[in-house]
Design a binder for this molecule. Structure first.
Ligand code: AHR
Length: 684
């Protein structure tokens, strides 16, 4: 017993001693390494968790075209002492893509008979803001209508009157100004005469959309995304690209043109997760490919669309298009390139121009398939590659590599690339516990790369297209997860000659209707919540230096690990050592120089429960004494942000000072610290 007490005292003394010895971080700025890819930090948008309809897309009416499977979902009947019926009909619809509409038979209008929409969780209104209503209608005879916004108690806060006299479909538009702010309003449309009335595509948008676009995006969510300064946006998925079967796959051609003519679809996230079913989840495609391209342009991000490769979800129906019948799928890809980049007088470029964007969208990258895997995938991928390369040799293709890394499917993918399959980028996905991220920060270091140096030129670069640390505690979007991601991302930075793009996933989630967690940004109808992971992504993106510089931790080189030249030359691919989880280092760090801001930028991540003292020395650069330090940390690793306490974990900026070329700091437990030092007299 005494011995145990003695030993435990000895261990705690040793542990305290280890904590007290500062980690020596040495930067040699004369040894400039690989550029950090300007595309390294981007976003991946998928319509999961109500990210599009009910989320980023600013439409306030749910089920505006009565095309949802439950065709009256989100609608209710309004009868003010009146008598009438409401039914869904499909005879002589607005158009063949929009085949259902609401038919109202008003027997006694009394004080009004009609329908009302409740939005997603009620319609949020802001006092004095303008709201644009539009609808299609036709009627027998002449039917006066009232369009009203009502608060939860039925009090009218905005109203407009019009009369429907047209026996054929006609579009009506009006502007309402809300008299007050309301959390859960409804939009009511009531008739004041006997007769029959058909209504369709009933839409309500706030005036204030992102960049004031019509058919635009919710300003607060779009702004939160824009603040990440993403270098690219990968869209629209994800599994929704694949569909549960080929019939309900994502087809971009259904998502462009007049919103009243877009061919809508269910959403495969309706029933993909057993305990998070969302039977009314639907895709109106109001946020379609034109809007994605426009959003990318508005936030200065490169668009990276992903197309179906002729395969439905390999976890679900596993449907395959025979290789001999793949042409229409390939044609969709060729047409998309023309839609994005073709002149305004080309067939598909003309459709873009007709939507208000005659200039091209400058598409450079195109993803073929989502996270597909296996021989079937590569047989199809190669057909796309041949056709696209022939017509558009400059377009760079992104290939999938399956849902996991280091497994057989992933290995098969890399074997394909090593033996001739061409791709600019290979998309790798990992949703793993925080510990995995800590153990895998070296996975792209040269000694573990899938292509040896002699093969590297023909091998694709890596796109870490979907990743997130899944904290075992209910998959909470915790500080622990965010810091593990930060540690891992120091490995992406130093290997950015190979890993040129990365994006966290998923991006968005509606708090009252999500299927997947964690997510980067949460929202309800009137709030947006940034997670600790959001701030990590934002900090990496905002402080991306241009080039790595040599960095050692406790005497061991970290930033630019190199294999001895001779061993590289003799390595055959099959001889490459398999990646195996690495020992966890004392600290995760990266340093780079940024000529545009004339600064040295150092990232230091302490994912441990104890603070770490850091002693930094810089060689080869003269540094101003005054520096700045940006830090994200929290009271406990379990810390999260919530709607009640949205700023529990946020970055703070502190002053910092160099003593000559040395800097000392204590890095708090579970923290990311970014040190920005100015180069003296611009010398570097
Ligand atoms: O991000 C959620 C899902 O994870 C994506 O749809 C899919 O690509 C991956 O399996």
């Amino acid at each position: 017993m005494k011995l145990l007490v003695l030993m435990s005292a000895l261990f705690s003394t040793l542990a305290a001693f280890a904590e007290a010895i500062p980690v020596a971080v040495k930067i040699d700025a004369r040894r400039v390494g690989a550029p950090v890819s300007p595309l390294l930090h981007g976003i991946f948008f998928e319509d999961i968790n109500y990210a599009a309809d009910g989320g980023l897309y600013a439409e306030l009416v749910q089920n505006r075209s009565f095309e949802h499977a439950d065709s009256l979902i989100a609608w209710g009947m309004v009868s003010r002492n009146a008598i009438g019926t409401v039914e869904i009909r499909s005879q002589h619809p607005l158009n063949s893509n929009n085949s259902q509409y609401a038919h109202l038979r008003i027997t006694d209008a009394a004080k009004g008979f009609g329908i009302a929409n409740y939005g997603y969780a009620g319609i949020p209104l802001r006092a004095s803001e303008k709201y644009f209503v539009s609808l299609y209608a036709r009627a027998t005879g002449s039917i006066p209508l009232r369009i009203e916004l009502e608060d939860e108690s039925g009090r009218i806060v905005a109203s407009h009157e019009l009369t429907i006299t047209s026996p054929t479909w006609k579009k009506f538009e009006a502007t309402l100004v809300s008299g007050q702010s309301v959390a859960g309003a409804r939009l009511a449309i009531t008739a004041f005469a006997r007769g029959e009335l058909d209504l369709d595509v009933i839409s309500l948008f706030p005036e204030q959309t992102f960049k004031s676009r019509t058919n635009g995006l919710r300003n607060d969510i779009a702004q939160t995304i824009a603040s990440l300064k993403p270098a690219f946006i990968r869209f629209p998925g994800g599994c929704i690209v694949e569909g549960q079967n080929l019939d309900n796959r994502y087809q971009w051609k259904h998502t462009i043109g007049d919103i009243a003519e877009r061919k809508q679809n269910w959403n495969r996230w309706q029933d993909a997760i057993r305990d998070r079913k969302a039977p009314n989840y639907h895709q109106t495609y109001g946020l379609g490919f034109f809007e994605y391209f426009q959003f990318a342009e508005d936030i200065g991000a490169k668009p990276i669309p992903i197309l179906n490769v002729g395969m439905a979800c390999q976890y679900q129906s596993k449907e395959l298009v025979p290789l001999t019948e793949l042409d229409p799928y390939i044609q969709d890809a060729l047409d998309l390139i023309e839609f994005a980049n073709g002149p305004a007088d080309s067939t598909w470029g003309g459709k873009r121009a007709a939507m208000g964007h005659p200039a091209p969208f400058n598409l450079e990258y195109l993803g073929i398939g989502n996270e597909q895997w296996g021989e079937d995938y590569f047989a199809r991928y190669n057909q796309f590659d041949r056709a696209i390369r022939k017509k558009y040799p400059k377009i760079k293709l992104v290939s999938g590599s399956g849902p996991g890394v280091d497994d057989k499917s992933w290995q098969l993918a890399w074997n394909q690339f090593r033996s001739g399959t061409r791709a600019a980028m290979v998309d790798e996905h990992y949703y793993r516990p925080p510990q995995w991220f800590l153990e895998n920060a070296t996975r792209y270091d040269p000694q573990f790369r899938q292509c040896s140096v002699s093969e590297a030129r023909k091998c694709p670069r890596v796109f870490a297209g979907e990743f997130a640390a899944h904290d075992s505690r209910d998959r909470r979007p915790s500080l622990r997860a965010a810091i593990a991601e930060a540690a891992f991302m120091t490995g992406l930075q130093r290997n950015s000659d190979l890993v040129t793009m990365s994006s966290y996933a998923p991006l968005l989630a509606r708090a009252d209707a999500f299927q997947w967690a964690p997510n980067l940004i949460w929202f309800d109808d009137s709030h947006v919540l940034r997670t600790p992971s959001y701030y990590v992504q934002q900090l990496f993106s905002q402080h991306r230096p241009e080039n790595a510089v040599a960095l050692e931790i406790d005497g061991a080189p970290v930033n630019m690990p190199r294999l001895p030249a001779a061993s590289v030359a003799t390595f055959g691919a099959e001889q490459l050592p398999p990646f195996s989880p690495q020992e966890i280092p004392t600290l995760y760090a990266f340093a780079g120089v940024d000529k545009s801001t004339n600064s040295l930028v150092v990232f230091a991540v302490n994912p441990f429960d104890q603070p770490r003292a850091m002693h930094l020395t810089v060689e080869g650069l003269a540094i101003d004494a005054k520096a700045s330090l940006i830090r994200i940390s929290g009271a406990t690793p379990d810390a999260i942000n919530s709607f009640a306490a949205p700023d529990a974990v946020v970055p703070v900026e502190l002053d910092a000072r160099f003593e000559g070329n040395e800097f000392r700091a204590e890095l708090p437990p579970h923290s990311l610290t970014i040190l920005r030092a100015t180069l003296e007299n611009g010398r570097h």
